[in-house]
Design a protein around this ligand. Structure first.
Ligand code: UDX
Length: 464
């Protein structure tokens, strides 16, 4: 009997990607996998990727669900509740029963659920007599800040409903760097997110295996503190070796949007370390004024750039670029609606990454050795920015003015410091060093390699 895992990602690109990377790793260790998506994501994946490019040992299945419109805070809360209802324990129970009835020879041997999908799954896994592991796709620090909320309340640094007591930079936890008050990951989503995050951390603390898409070397103090309380297993970076060593693969990591691979040929024509790559992940939204300032900033740098302008980058309309911009930058700009980001970040032409600091983007940038200009929007992105800039020294912040706009001058200054100054040189050197450390951690005997092997051994044991 081969080990057979049911993987349950949260239904969004930033969670499906790392879960799929974990899936590739498990397949290479002899697992059979069933990957559960919502119907709408399942259909997007089939549309955006050729069916024969998907991995043979990863079976893609789906259940009915589509995110409701999430353009207000209330909408986001409703969306999160709807996920829990439509892809929650009773639905998963039915899915498990169907898989086991169909797969007489290969019944499920374990469940791996995204941390935000794990509500109510512990009793269900016990009922089906299979181990449950939780995969927290963001860094350990983000879990810790949700987990230790009562400590922060007792210390008097936040109120019991998660509101910071001070405006200045504060050490919310002894094992984490000082954070700006606006860095706390639930603040953008209000009390709903605070309660949900706290519940998530409390619910999964009893689960033996909490996997993280991070690695010990970048988060050692917080890993050490949290490990005294729960089973912390950083196993990242999970980027498959095919993407680290440019070995040809006929398989792709499925994306919800079609990758515009022509930009790779465009990158081939640019000079080494010359191109600014700009991408705000799958969710970053900009105002018309902000798009204009960024375009003017790009224009002013006089450097080649690759900019991901998603069709939904601007709320309610296609992105509106300043008049004459496209003509002016025709010879040195490439605009796509979705890039093959891993290949882009590993391309020798890249100079730096202007990123919203979504955790996958940060982790991918670290692993490819690309320095960052940080432009966070919400959730974990502010803490990720603090680590990138203040702790790992891999990038610079791009700060907004009092109206919340990153002005052209701020952008131009950031690019020039990062790519031209002594300070920039030190940052680029740190990025190069951390790339090596990130890659070493997944090699034989590295800390992520060890954690992954402990996990594998436990999951390969037959269920009792
Ligand atoms: C969301 C949250 O915003 C983020 O803060 C959290 O850490 C994860 O969930 P998202 O905004 O999509 O994620 O950002 P990110 O975490 O960077 O994930 C985006 C993924 O899409 C990355 O794996 C990236 O490689 C991929 N991507 C992005 C592409 O393949 N092409 C693109 O053009 C842009």
């Amino acid at each position: 009997m081969v080990p057979h895992a049911l993987l349950i990602p949260f239904p969004a690109q930033g969670h499906i990607n790392p879960m799929m990377q974990l899936a590739w790793k498990l397949v290479s260790h002899g697992f059979l996998l069933t990957f559960l998506n919502s119907d709408s994501n399942h259909n997007s994946i089939l549309k955006a990727n050729a069916p024969n490019s998907l991995h043979d040992n990863i079976r893609m299945i789906s259940v009915p669900f589509e995110f409701p419109v999430m353009d207000t805070l209330e909408g986001v809360g409703n969306g999160m509740d709807a996920v829990e209802k439509c892809m929650g324990p009773s639905v998963i129970d039915r899915v498990i029963q169907e898989i086991n009835a169909r797969e007489e020879e290969n019944k499920l041997t374990c469940i791996i659920a995204d941390a935000w999908m794990s509500f109510g799954l512990h009793p269900l896994a016990t009922l089906h007599k299979v181990p449950l592991a939780v995969f927290h796709t963001a860094p350990v620090s983000i879990f810790a800040i949700h987990y230790f909320i009562t400590n922060m309340v007792s210390l008097g640094v936040v109120s019991s409903d998660g509101i910071p007591k001070q405006d200045q930079k504060t050490k919310y936890l002894p094992s984490m760097p000082p954070l700006r008050s606006g860095d706390l990951p639930w603040l953008w989503g209000g009390e709903y997110f605070f309660r949900k995050g706290t519940r998530m951390a409390q619910e999964i603390k009893h689960i033996k295996w909490i996997l993280f898409n991070s690695f010990l070397e970048i988060e050692a103090p917080v890993v050490e503190t949290l490990s005294k309380e729960v089973g912390v297993y950083p196993i990242g970076p999970l980027i498959p070796p095919e993407f680290l060593h440019s070995t040809a693969s006929t398989k792709v990591l499925p994306s919800l949007r079609k990758h515009e691979t022509e930009c790779l040929q465009w990158l081939d024509k640019q000079c080494t370390h010359s191109v600014i790559y700009i991408s705000f992940g799958s969710t970053g939204i900009m105002s018309e004024k902000q798009v204009e300032e960024l375009a003017l900033g790009l224009d002013a740098t006089q450097r080649p750039f690759l900019w991901v302008v998603r069709s939904d980058l601007m709320k309610g309309s296609e992105a509106i670029l300043p008049a004459g911009f496209l003509e002016r930058v025709r010879d040195r700009g490439c605009i796509v609606s979705w890039a093959p980001q891993l290949e882009v970040l590993s391309h020798p032409s890249l100079a730096c990454f202007v990123t919203h600091c979504g955790w996958n983007s940060v982790q991918e940038s670290i692993t490819m050795g690309v320095p960052m200009l940080c432009w966070p929007y919400f959730a974990d992105q502010f803490i990720n920015r603090t680590y990138v800039v203040d702790v790992w020294k891999l990038g610079l912040p791009l700060d907004a003015n009092s109206q919340g706009i990153r002005e052209k001058e701020e952008f131009l200054k950031g690019v020039e410091i990062l790519l031209e100054s002594e300070q920039g040189l030190e940052i680029r050197e740190e990025a190069r060093k951390l790339k090596g450390i990130a890659r070493d951690t997944i090699k034989d005997g590295g800390s992520s390699w060890n954690n992954f092997n402990l996990f594998l051994t436990a999951m390969k044991r037959q269920p009792n």
